[in-house]
Each structure stands twice: as structure tokens, then as C-alpha cells.
Unconditional design. Structure first.
Length: 121
């Protein structure tokens, strides 16, 4: 099936009209577009390090750690705000940061492994 030039023009005109209507309604305050949730931020656990070792995110962001090492690791916040069980290879742990602040964490099995999440409002 092929579209004629007239069909394509009609489709484009319809899309433009739909955009204009949505814009007018939004400008009148009658319509709000839901903000897409931010994609999670990924931290790899590999070769006895967290990579990146420091991430900065906005409040509401989910951070996800994945163990890519051949041995177990954990992700534990220093004051106990969050903590994972032992993560085997390819296991994941995630935490959504809802409040601003600096959150330092480490691997409880290998305490020299450290990282930090900085959360902005």
C-alpha cells in the first residue's frame, strides 16, 4: 500500500492540528503532560570497584547497581538508609533517592570498595 501526496498532506495537517489543539489546551492550564520518569542511573560493580564511584542525580531518581564481578558484593549506605543482600554475578540492587543529600556507601564484604550518590533537589 502506498500513500498518495494528498494522503500524506492530510496526515501532516491532522498531526499539526492535534499539536495545535494540545498546545492551546495546555496553555489554558486545562491539560498537563505527565513527565516521563527519568531513566535509572546505572553503577557497575566490577574488578572490586563501583563505577562510576560518584554519581549526581535529582531527587526521585532510581540508582541501580549491577554486580559484574565473579564474586559477591553488597551495596550498603554508611548510616543504614539502604542496603542490599549479597549480589552474585549479574544480580542487581536498586534504590530510589527521594531526598536531597550525600549518600556514601560501601561493600560490606570488601570495605575498601566505596561510592557516593549526591542527590540534588
Amino acid at each position: 500500500m502506498s500513500l498518495t501526496h494528498d494522503c500524506i498532506r492530510a496526515l501532516v495537517a491532522g498531526a499539526a492540528l492535534a499539536c495545535a489543539v494540545c498546545g492551546a489546551v495546555a496553555a489554558a492550564g486545562q491539560f498537563r503532560v505527565a513527565r516521563d520518569e527519568a531513566a535509572p542511573v546505572h553503577v557497575s560493580i566490577d574488578n572490586f570497584t563501583f563505577s562510576p564511584a560518584e554519581v549526581t542525580v535529582h531527587a526521585g531518581t532510581r540508582v541501580e547497581w549491577m554486580n559484574k564481578d565473579d564474586i559477591p558484593h553488597t551495596v550498603v549506605e554508611t548510616t543504614g538508609k539502604f542496603g542490599s543482600d549479597a549480589l552474585d554475578t549479574e544480580d542487581k540492587f536498586a534504590f530510589t533517592f527521594t531526598a536531597a543529600g550525600t549518600f556514601r556507601y560501601f561493600c560490606s564484604l570488601h570495605p575498601h570498595m566505596t561510592g557516593k550518590v549526591v542527590v540534588t533537589p
